[in-house]
Ligand binder design. Structure first.
Ligand SMILES: [Fe+2]
Ligand SMILES: [Fe+2]
Length: 155
């Protein structure tokens, strides 16, 4: 049976070829993260321009980023560089496990923020939490970039 999650990714959902290719490892990696950064920019913009008393656009942006990240994380784990390195570089498995824990944490925070906004909290109430989770996400991307780079350098 074909697991449909294996071919999904944020790049794949926009019609681009989503397969991780060990010969060109950075190509898919960069494309994926470029699309994510566009979603994050939309969320930052919604956070800045949220009118008092309304959180509709902010909820939509949080949910959009959360949906993109859920696809992206599943792709990394099941078909992307983590899946590849887990078999090609067993010594890196502890680092991969830490990155996967970060996936769970980031999604959990965004789910909580979305629920809180739907329950009546305002953008001001969740601003610090969103800023913190976006910083976590940026650091996470740096960590996985470093893991991939070190794996490729070690041949
Ligand atoms: Fe990741
Ligand atoms: Fe990533």
């Amino acid at each position: 049976m074909i697991d449909s999650r294996r071919i999904e990714s944020v790049a794949g959902s926009s019609g681009l070829r989503p397969t991780f290719d060990a010969r060109t490892p950075y190509e898919v990696f960069e494309r994926e993260h470029r699309i994510l950064r566009e979603g994050v920019a939309g969320l930052r913009s919604a956070l800045r321009s949220e009118p008092p008393g309304s959180s509709a656009r902010l909820v939509e942006s949080v949910d959009t980023v959360r949906g993109q990240l859920a696809l992206h994380f599943a792709f990394e784990e099941d078909s992307g560089f983590m899946h590849y390195l887990r078999f090609a570089r067993p010594a890196l498995v502890p680092g991969i496990e830490r990155l996967q824990s970060a996936h769970r944490e980031i999604l959990a925070v965004l789910t909580r923020v979305s629920t809180e906004l739907n329950n009546g909290l305002s953008g001001i109430d969740v601003r610090a939490t969103i800023a913190a989770v976006l910083e976590h996400l940026a650091n996470h991307e740096l960590d996985e970039r470093e893991l991939l780079r070190s794996a490729l350098l070690s041949g």
